[in-house]
Ligand binder design. Structure first.
Ligand code: GLN
Length: 242
């Protein structure tokens, strides 16, 4: 980060923004400002180049066709990979998560290359679509409380040896592989199937991204009563029998 300014890049809102994912950008922006940071937020449409100078990049979910278009354009652009090589932080949701991996199955039923930024491979699930509330315990190395989210995906994601599962589900499907894993991460690159928007439900993840960007271990506390009320409501809802 330079000049006390956080550069937040929201990738392809025209293609990838389902189930309130734009809330993730709003939450990171707000929590950075609450800590006195100047925030430059760039919403980059899919016909625009991705800047390489971002500190935090967010990518949301999407339907199958926009997901293929986004993957094609991101591969052609090539700048996100360069930004990650330079230490940028990437937080991705669902379709965005699949795109960061080695490959996924596109809307034409073909294997579509991803960006290879996470050691995951996604296939099309043979079973029912994974839809519903999620409760998940995060990898203890990340020091976050139990997460709540909402998933809606057909893809099933296998996590390879150089990535770690982001969390393990208590409720819901997560990666859909039957081993309870949810999402994946490696270094500064994160992927999850949780919408919600997930950072509004779990602002501690937004703070984790900010701490990585600022290279600090702690941030000044902010008033989280509203978030806590939402979180408690969603935990009880997720625990109700379907
Ligand atoms: N199209 C992808 C799937 O169904 C991702 C869906 C999403 O982003 N919600 O697996």
């Amino acid at each position: 980060m330079s000049d006390n300014q956080l550069r937040l890049v929201w990738i392809y809102p025209d293609l990838l923004s389902t189930y309130g994912d734009q809330g993730n950008a709003l939450v990171v922006e707000r929590r950075a400002r609450q800590r006195g940071l100047d925030v430059a937020r760039l919403d980059v449409r899919s016909d625009q180049p991705i800047p390489t100078s971002g500190d935090i990049y967010l990518i949301g979910g999407g339907e199958d066709r926009p997901q293929r278009l986004a993957a094609e354009r991101l591969r052609r652009d090539g700048h996100l990979q360069r930004a990650v090589q330079n230490g940028a932080i990437v937080f991705s949701v669902c379709a965005g998560y699949q795109i960061l991996g080695h490959e996924f199955v596109n809307d034409l039923g073909q294997r579509e290359p991803g960006l290879g930024l996470l050691d995951v491979v996604s296939v099309r699930g043979e079973g029912e679509r994974c839809v519903g509330d999620v409760l998940a315990d995060v990898d203890p190395q990340l020091g976050l409380p139990q997460l709540t989210g909402f998933e809606n995906h057909q893809g099933v994601t296998h996590v390879g040896p150089t990535a770690r599962p982001f969390a393990h589900v208590k409720v819901g499907n997560g990666n859909g592989t039957g081993d309870g894993t949810e999402g994946a991460y490696n270094g500064t690159v994160f992927g999850t199937y949780m919408h919600g928007p997930v950072l509004a439900r779990n602002p501690q993840i937004a703070d984790l991204l900010l701490k990585l960007a600022l290279d600090v271990n702690a941030l000044p506390p902010v008033d989280d009563r509203w978030y806590e009320a939402l979180r408690n409501e969603r935990i009880s809802a997720a625990q109700q029998p379907a």
